[in-house]
Design a protein around this ligand. Structure first.
Ligand SMILES: Nc1ncnc2c1ncn2[C@@H]1O[C@H](COP(=O)(O)OP(=O)(O)OP(=O)(O)O)[C@@H](O)[C@H]1O
Ligand code: SF4
Ligand SMILES: [Mg+2]
Length: 306
């Protein structure tokens, strides 16, 4: 079976610093949700940007439905950028303050040659209605909307081009809890109605638990554990996943934003990148880097102890 999106051995560098190491990631055809979890600085946004071709890939391949996209240019790159849409955390920065929200969606349709000039306003209104925004909001400027409304506009604009894959980079972390919950309801509804596939970046394990069937745990730019979300969260195999999990004793509680420890992708010459923090570290952990290996049903873990 050809997966929707497949990253193989993808590494991403900022100058001489490697921020992502040999990432393997698969997003199946929709409806499907894959989560990327990991503390601040672990490389989540970098991965999102690399998948979107907003950040060059140092090595490895990314393919959409079996077609390598890392070397696309011109019209084929534009088509790819249409197929994969991203929603960033900060809705304020993503919208042009001088363009009314209806106009922002119309512009997305125009940029991708969807519909005719006369059809686009109605199409934009339908998209805004789909994400739960009233008609009269069409004519407002972004600063005349709430944060939650702005985030809906951004989701509507992403949906305008009927994407195959949506990349959601902490889409609700700037919003208060009740507004977050409504945006999550929206994502859940769209997932079924549009058979959407999405890659959801979140610090929030309750959100991941609810919206994603697969979870990928990152630590300093490396996947340390991945597999079915239930298995990863209920019985985490990697000591780092255990640490993340332990900091959220009650899953299912309303989402909250947790201050996670920040890390930098420091060069780890050999050995396990987590060794300095790991309660289970032993001699071998300092000498030999654990590779990701299969553990149980669909799960893989990179730890000498697992
Ligand atoms: N433009 C850049 N130039 C150099 N280093 C960068 C750049 N962007 C990110 N980095 C570094 O790459 C690492 C990964 O950053 P990234 O933004 O991907 O983390 P993240 O997991 O999205 O974190 P957060 O949860 O805080 O959003 C960090 O150490 C960061 O400092
Ligand atoms: S390999 Fe060793 S240091 Fe790394 S997570 Fe496993 S036990 Fe801890
Ligand atoms: Mg980020």
């Amino acid at each position: 079976m050809v997966e929707l999106l497949e990253a193989r051995a993808v590494s991403v560098d900022y100058g001489r610093v490697r921020a992502v190491h040999e990432l393997d990631l698969v997003v199946p055809a929709g409806p499907a949700g894959v989560a990327l979890i990991g503390e601040s600085g672990s490389g989540k946004t970098t991965i999102a940007r690399a998948l979107m071709r907003l950040q060059p890939v140092a090595s490895g391949t990314v393919s959409l439905e079996g077609v390598d996209i890392t070397t696309l240019s011109g019209g084929r790159l534009l088509a790819y950028r249409r197929a994969v849409q991203i929603v960033f955390q900060d809705g304020d920065a993503a919208l042009d303050p001088r363009i009314r929200v209806g106009g922002a969606v119309v512009e997305a349709l125009r940029a991708h040659g969807i519909g005719t000039r006369s059809e686009r306003p109605a199409a934009a209104a339908a998209l805004l209605a789909e994400v739960g925004l009233e008609d009269d909001l069409m004519h407002r400027y972004p600063h005349q909307l709430s944060g939650g409304q702005r985030q809906r506009v951004i989701i509507a604009r992403a949906l305008a081009v009927a994407p195959r894959l949506l990349v959601l980079d902490e889409p609700t972390s700037a919003l208060d809890v009740t507004v977050q919950a409504r945006i999550l309801d929206l994502i859940e509804r769209l997932r079924e109605e549009r058979a959407l596939s999405y890659l959801l970046i979140s610090h929030n394990l309750a959100v991941v638990d609810r919206l994603c069937e697969q979870a990928v745990v990152l630590y300093r730019g490396r996947v340390v554990e991945q597999g079915p979300t239930r298995a990863v969260l209920d019985a985490p195999a990697h000591p780092y996943t255990q640490e993340l999990r332990a900091s959220v004793p009650e899953l299912g509680v309303p989402p909250r934003v947790r201050p996670l420890r920040a890390t930098a992708p420091e060069p780890t010459p050999g050995g396990c990148p987590y060794a300095a923090r790991c309660p289970l570290a032993f001699d071998r952990c300092l000498a030999e880097r654990p590779v990701l290996r299969p553990l149980d049903a669909g799960r893989a873990v990179a730890c000498h102890r697992a």
